[in-house]
Design a protein around this ligand. Structure first.
Ligand code: TPP
Ligand code: MG
Length: 307
């Protein structure tokens, strides 16, 4: 079954060496900026050996979900630049807030909105210190996070917000990362059906990305324990077309993710082109626009990085 699901994504490497190394460097920079926010009070570039006073006395934040979120972020940036797309990233695991902050800082948006936090050593020190700190910013994606329309503190609503953003917004692609634990909440479990109401002629697209890292904090997830065959059957039943990106080795993961994102984007645009060429009015029902990508195995990747 795995074979059948992934067969179309087994294309040759889609990125050349330079693009691959840039994507990977961006991902690693975002990871560094994320973990720095969680742990470091000072010494942001580790220019001197770490001392206890450089470390936050009270740590708050989830590292585990963040490398996966950053991985997805850089691959969405890649396709946005390659195809000049309008894409919004909705982050279900809101406690991955350091990742969202890190990426907006890397892009320069953070410094535009918060001029006291520039892309220099002082700015980085402030960026790290303020995270989950008195007088600073919350530990999860919050209204303060640039571009945020989804407050991630209470799990369960990201997919409903994603569809809400896509309705009547025909030029927007909404990438929505759903935690596998979050997927067990009632609101999220019901939200998969929102694809029924999406019209590819007049609405934008929603690309749900299931972050299947197997756990919700320390407890296994239902979807994480489900055999691939059942998982794929479940999402096909909901009307999605699942893709798997699984592995623990960054280079091959980047190539596979790039191939899947290319293919999913091509599918989205071609469904929209066909629907729009048919000039179907809002009052006539046409096949809902349904796509599902799944990121599997980033959990193993995270474990590797953490060690
Ligand atoms: C409704 C709700 N219940 C419980 C929590 C506490 N909580 C925060 S993160 C988390 C685990 C989330 O797991 P998952 O969605 O799989 O995200 P991951 O960190 O694994 O990417 C829980 C239970 C919450 N924030 N909201
Ligand atoms: Mg999880």
């Amino acid at each position: 079954m795995q074979e059948e699901v992934t067969v179309r994504t087994k294309r040759a490497a889609v990125m050349n060496g330079q693009e691959l190394s840039r994507v990977d460097a961006y991902w690693r920079a975002a990871n560094y900026l994320s973990i720095g926010q969680i742990y470091l009070l000072d010494n942001p570039l580790l220019q001197e050996p770490l001392k206890p006073e450089h470390i936050k006395p009270r740590l708050l934040g989830h590292w585990g979900t963040t490398p996966g979120l950053n991985f997805i972020y850089v691959h969405l940036n890649r396709i946005i630049k390659a195809r000049d797309l309008n894409v919004i990233y909705i982050c279900g695991p809101g406690h991955g807030g350091p990742g969202m902050v890190a990426n907006t800082y890397l892009e320069g948006t953070y410094s535009e909105i918060y001029p006291s936090i520039q892309q220099d050593l002082d700015g980085m020190r402030r960026l790290f210190k303020q995270f989950s700190f008195p007088g600073g910013i919350p530990s999860h994606a919050a209204p303060e996070t640039p571009g945020s329309i989804h407050e991630g503190g209470e799990l369960g609503y990201c997919l409903a917000h994603a569809y809400g953003a896509a309705f009547d917004n025909p030029h927007l692609i909404v990438a929505c990362v759903v935690g596998d634990g979050e997927a067990e909440t009632g609101p999220l479990a019901a939200s998969w059906h929102c694809n029924t109401f999406l019209n590819p002629a007049s609405d934008g697209a929603v690309l749900p990305i299931l972050h299947l890292n197997g756990y919700k904090i320390a407890t296994p997830t239902i979807l994480g324990r489900m055999p691939d065959e059942e998982l794929v059957g479940l999402f096909r039943g909901y009307g999605y077309k699942p893709f798997m990106v699984a592995g623990s080795e960054p280079t091959s993961m980047h190539q596979r993710m790039a191939a899947v994102v290319d293919e999913v984007t091509e599918d989205i645009l071609s469904i929209q082109r066909q629907a729009r060429n048919r000039a179907v009015g809002r009052n006539r029902f046409i096949a809902p626009f349904r796509r599902q990508a799944s990121v599997d195995g980033v959990g193993q990747l995270v474990a590797g990085m953490a060690q």
